[in-house]
Write a protein that binds this ligand. Structure first.
Ligand SMILES: CC(C)(COP(=O)(O)OP(=O)(O)OC[C@H]1O[C@@H](n2cnc3c(N)ncnc32)[C@H](O)[C@@H]1OP(=O)(O)O)[C@@H](O)C(=O)NCCC(=O)NCCS
Length: 174
């Protein structure tokens, strides 16, 4: 299952496939260092060309991998949530702290578990990314280890907490 034709709606958000014309708002959101610094695979400075390249490639994903644009109706693109090896997410800085990150990730996870037979989802965060680790905790993820990974934006090895959400833990959520 890919998300090339899937749109997910939550109470406040729409998660939909990326389009090339998302590139300017995508680059604006992820290009802010306060966002990019935590995203291990994302280079910084982040250019419009990088956004166009990423968004055009993200239309052709293999099964079990998905990239959604997070749209706040009336406001446009406010972030992205993805499952490419691991769950990843970012929300543009003006929209932090309103539950949007958790709400978007929840929708992707629910869709993933309902359309695949995967028994779990992995994620991770810089060990000092307390907000992401809190979001992951709210989603039911558990830390399973620590490792050094090279962070492109920071250009150095950064200690990461590696986490996992099992289908059983997801199902057991209140
Ligand atoms: C991580 C991110 C997506 C969170 O988005 P968001 O919409 O602000 O998240 P939510 O509002 O759903 O939840 C944030 C939680 O962190 C908590 N929080 C905020 N600041 C915190 C801090 N300094 N320490 C611990 N928890 C904190 C909030 O209180 C909230 O938890 P609560 O619901 O229990 O109160 C957003 O901050 C972001 O894009 N950051 C940069 C990119 C990033 O780190 N992505 C994840 C990479 S692993």
């Amino acid at each position: 299952v890919t998300n090339s034709d899937t749109t997910l709606e939550t109470s406040r958000l729409v998660l939909r496939p990326p389009r090339l014309d998302d590139a300017p708002s995508y680059a604006l959101g992820i290009g802010e260092y306060a966002v990019a610094r935590w995203l291990t695979a994302v280079p910084w400075p982040y250019t419009l060309a990088m956004a166009r390249d990423w968004l055009s490639r993200s239309a052709t994903r293999r099964p079990h991998e998905a990239i959604f644009i997070v749209e706040l109706p009336g406001r446009g693109v406010i972030g992205s949530v993805s499952l490419v090896k691991e769950l990843g997410f970012w929300i543009a800085r003006p929209y932090w702290g309103r539950g949007f990150g958790t709400e978007a990730a929840e929708a992707l996870i629910a869709w993933h578990f309902s359309t695949t037979d995967a028994d779990g989802i992995g994620s991770s965060a810089h060990a000092d990314n307390h907000v992401s680790l809190r979001v992951q905790e709210k989603l039911g993820f558990t830390p399973i280890g620590r490792e050094l990974r090279f962070a492109r934006s920071a250009q150095r090895d950064v200690e990461h907490v590696v986490t996992r959400l099992t289908r059983a833990d997801w199902g057991a959520r209140p």
